[in-house]
Design a protein around this ligand. Structure first.
Ligand SMILES: [Zn+2]
Length: 112
């Protein structure tokens, strides 16, 4: 699964680290000194996706010096992950730059 994520225009290595769970209870870790997101290697399914989203927000928090509290990062990560999971068509339309599917567009409430 090692790969590169593009975050704020920077390439960030995403790796699995078998030592992560052994060292503590963290499922993931943002390592700013080496520009790397590490994920525990024995998590899968929803957990690994949610952990990745969490660490991406940790990365953004660090790079933009937002000084978010960890509880805020946790809430944002869980909410954003839920949004991604609950709206696959919308998310893929955004990714490929398509027009937003009509059903999603028709609610007419606008963006807030
Ligand atoms: Zn965290």
């Amino acid at each position: 699964m090692p790969c590169t994520a593009r975050i704020l225009g920077c390439d960030v290595d995403v790796v699995e680290d078998p030592n992560l769970l052994l060292e503590g209870s963290a499922l993931g870790e943002w390592r700013s000194s080496i520009n790397q997101i590490a994920l525990a290697d024995n998590i899968d399914g929803p957990n690994s996706g949610e952990t990745l989203v969490h660490e991406v927000i940790e990365t953004i928090n660090s790079k933009l010096e937002l000084s978010l509290k960890h509880s805020q990062i946790q809430a944002l990560g869980a909410a954003l992950y839920q949004f991604i999971r609950d709206n696959p068509d919308l998310v893929s339309a955004v990714v490929v730059g398509e027009k937003i599917p009509p059903r999603a567009h028709a609610r007419g409430r606008g963006r807030k």
